[in-house]
Design a protein around this ligand. Structure first.
Ligand code: FAD
Ligand code: NAD
Length: 478
C-alpha cells in the first residue's frame, strides 16, 4: 500500500478544528506547504448554509450544497491531513487536542490525541435552547444537513397523518399547525420556504389539507429580523400577512411538550398570558450557544473568564490569554454578528497572515545567512555587495510584515422571505440600500449562486431550481 506522507519535522504543525465557513475559507487561501496542516472535523464536507432552508422542503437537494472536504484538499500544493473526528478537549498546557471518531463505523483506533504548535478553532456554535424544557426532545433545529432532512420528513409525516382515516378535525388542525420559534433570518427563511411548499405543491397533492395547513412564527421581541432596516421588517411582516403566515411577536416560548408549546405574551390589559399552542411540527431557531469544547477551553484560560458568548479574540483573532491559538467564526467573539460573511472573511484574513508569517520566517532565515556571509566576506567590495542584498531583503521583510489587524467589511444582509420575494440591506459606497421584492429575489439567487463553493455546486443548485419549478418538490417521505 501507498505510504502516508509523514509530517516534515522542520515545519510547524497547524491544527484546524472544523470544516465550516471559517475553517474552509482559511484552508482555501492557505499556502499549505509552509506547515504540517491537520484538519479535524466530524463533517467531511463543507456546507453552504445560506441555502439550507431550501433543503427542508426540497426546493434544493442537500447534496447540491455540500462540497466534500477531500475533493478540495487534494488540490492543495502540499498534503493536508484530514481526520473525521470530533475534537473533545483542547489541553492548552500540553498543546494537544483530543479527538474521537464519533461515526458509526469505528476501527481499533477511535480516540487519540493530536499535538499542535499552532491551533485554529473554527468549530462553530450549537443551537441555543436557553434551557427551556422539552425543546431538545420535541423541537427540530435547522443547522446541519440531518436537521433539514428531519424537517422535510416531519412535514410530510404530519400531512399524511392528518389525512389518516378517522382523524378528528381538532387533531388534523394540530398536526397541520407548523410552528417556527425564533424570528431571526433562519426562522423567517424557513417559514417562507414552507409556505411556498404548501402554496405550490402540497395544496395540489393533498387538497384535503388546504383549509387547515397553517404556519405560525413566534418571536419574543417586538419584531422579526431585528438586524434589517425598519422598512424591510415592515415589508416582511406585510408579505407574511398576505401569505397567511401568522407572526406572533412579543411572545416568549417557556415550555415545550410533544403536542403543544406554552408561550407567554402580554394581554391588552398589561397582564401576562400563558397560552398553549398545539403543533404538529416545531422548528426551533433561536440562535447560537457555546459548544462544550469551547466552554471547556475557556475554563482553562483565566483571560476568558468574563467572556460569555464565545472565545474572546483580539484584533489579530488570537484567543485572548493564549499563544499560537486563533479562533474564527461563530465560536469567536470579535464584536461582529455570527454570520458566514464574518467567518469567511476571518478565515481568509488568517490564511493571509499565516502565509506572511511563513514568508517572514523564511526571509529572516535568509538574512541570518547573509549577515554571516557579510562578516566572512574577504574584501570590502564583497561586503558591500552582500550589504546591498541585505538592504533589499530588509525592504521586502518590511513589506511582508505590513499586515494590519483584521477588519470586517460588511457587504450587506440578504434573506429570502417566500413567495419569490427577498429583502436586502446592501452596503453601497458609504451608505445603505434597502430593497425588498421580486427583483431582490433574483438578486438573492444570483448572489448566492456566485457565492457557492464550487462550479459543481452552482450547476447542481441551478438544476434543482429548474427541477422543482417544472416537476414540483418531491413529497416522498424517506
Ligand atoms: P460552521 O460553518 O457551523 O462550521 C463549524 C464546523 O465545525 C463544522 O464543520 C462542524 O462539523 C465542525 N465541528 C463542530 N464541532 C466540532 C468539534 N468538536 N471538533 C471539530 N470540529 C467540530 N450567514 C450569512 O452570512 N448569510 C446567510 O445567508 C446565512 N444563512 C444561514 C442559514 C442557516 C439555516 C444557518 C443555520 C446559518 C446561516 N448563516 C448565514 C450563518 C452561518 O452559517 C454561520 O455564521 C457560519 O456557518 C459560521 O461559520 P463557522 O465556520 O464558525 O461554523
Ligand atoms: P437569531 O439569533 O438571529 O434570532 C433568534 C431569534 O429568536 C431572536 O430574534 C430571539 O428574540 C428569538 N427568541 C429567542 N428565544 C425565544 C423564545 N423562547 N421564544 C420566542 N422567540 C425567541 O438566530 P438565527 O436566525 O438562527 O441566526 C443565527 C445567526 O445566523 C445570526 O447571526 C444570523 O444573522 C445568521 N443568519 C443569517 C442569515 C441571512 O443572512 N440570510 C440566515 C440565517 C442565519
Amino acid at each position: 500500500p501507498e505510504e502516508q506522507p509523514q509530517p516534515d519535522p522542520s515545519k510547524k504543525t497547524l491544527v484546524v478544528l472544523g470544516t465550516g465557513w471559517g475553517a474552509v475559507s482559511l484552508l482555501k487561501k492557505l499556502d499549505c506547504e509552509n506547515y504540517n496542516v491537520i484538519v479535524v472535523s466530524p463533517r467531511n464536507y463543507f456546507l453552504f448554509t445560506p441555502l439550507l432552508p431550501s433543503c427542508t422542503v426540497g426546493t434544493i437537494e442537500h447534496r447540491s450544497i455540500m462540497e466534500p472536504i477531500r475533493n478540495f484538499l487534494r488540490h492543495k500544493k502540499a498534503a493536508v491531513k484530514y481526520y473525521e473526528a470530533e475534537a473533545t478537549k483542547i489541553d492548552y498546557e500540553k498543546r494537544v487536542v483530543y479527538i474521537n471518531d464519533e461515526s458509526p463505523i469505528k476501527g481499533d483506533a477511535s480516540a487519540t490525541e493530536v499535538p499542535f504548535d499552532m491551533l485554529v478553532i473554527g468549530v462553530g456554535a450549537e443551537n441555543a435552547t436557553f434551557g427551556i424544557p422539552g425543546v431538545r426532545e420535541h423541537g427540530l433545529f435547522l443547522k446541519e444537513v440531518g436537521d433539514a432532512q428531519r424537517i422535510r420528513n416531519r412535514i410530510m409525516d404530519c400531512c399524511e397523518t392528518a389525512t389518516f382515516k378517522g382523524q378528528s378535525p381538532d387533531e388534523m388542525k394540530r398536526l397541520l399547525h407548523m410552528v417556527v420559534v425564533g424570528g431571526g433570518p433562519t426562522g423567517v427563511e424557513f417559514a417562507g420556504e414552507l409556505q411556498d411548499f404548501f402554496n405550490s405543491d402540497l395544496k395540489k397533492w393533498l387538497p384535503e389539507i388546504k383549509e387547515t395547513f397553517h404556519v405560525t412564527l413566534v418571536e419574543a421581541l417586538p419584531n422579526v429580523l431585528p438586524m434589517f432596516s425598519k422598512q424591510l421588517i415592515e415589508y416582511t411582516e406585510k408579505t407574511f400577512k398576505e401569505e397567511t403566515i401568522t407572526i406572533r411577536t412579543k411572545t416568549m416560548v417557556k415550555n415545550v411538550t410533544d403536542r403543544y408549546i406554552e408561550a407567554e405574551s402580554t394581554g391588552p390589559d398589561g397582564k401576562k398570558i400563558l397560552e398553549k399552542i398545539p403543533y404538529g411540527l416545531l422548528v426551533w431557531a433561536t440562535g447560537n450557544a457555546l459548544r462544550p469544547i469551547v466552554k471547556d477551553f475557556m475554563d482553562q484560560i483565566p483571560a476568558q473568564k468574563d467572556s460569555r458568548r464565545g472565545l474572546a479574540v483580539n484584533e489579530y483573532l488570537v484567543v485572548k490569554g493564549c499563544d499560537n491559538v486563533w479562533a474564527v467564526g461563530d465560536c469567536a467573539v470579535a464584536n461582529y454578528a455570527p454570520t458566514a460573511q464574518v467567518a469567511a472573511q476571518e478565515g481568509a484574513w488568517l490564511a493571509r497572515m499565516f502565509n506572511q508569517m511563513a514568508r517572514t520566517h523564511q526571509i529572516e532565515g535568509e538574512l541570518a545567512v547573509l549577515s554571516e556571509k557579510q562578516e566572512k566576506a574577504p574584501s570590502k567590495e564583497a561586503r558591500d555587495a552582500v550589504f546591498a542584498e541585505i538592504k533589499d531583503l530588509q525592504k521586502r521583510l518590511r513589506r511582508v510584515k505590513q499586515i494590519g489587524p483584521f477588519e470586517y467589511t460588511h457587504n450587506g444582509s440578504l434573506a429570502y422571505i417566500g413567495s419569490e420575494k427577498a429583502v436586502a440591506d446592501i452596503s453601497w459606497l458609504s451608505g445603505n440600500i434597502a430593497s425588498g421584492g421580486t427583483l431582490t429575489y433574483f438578486f438573492w439567487r444570483s448572489a448566492y449562486i456566485s457565492m457557492c463553493f464550487s462550479t459543481r455546486n452552482r450547476i447542481l443548485v441551478c438544476i434543482d431550481w429548474v427541477k422543482s419549478k417544472i416537476f414540483g418538490r418531491d413529497v416522498s417521505r424517506v
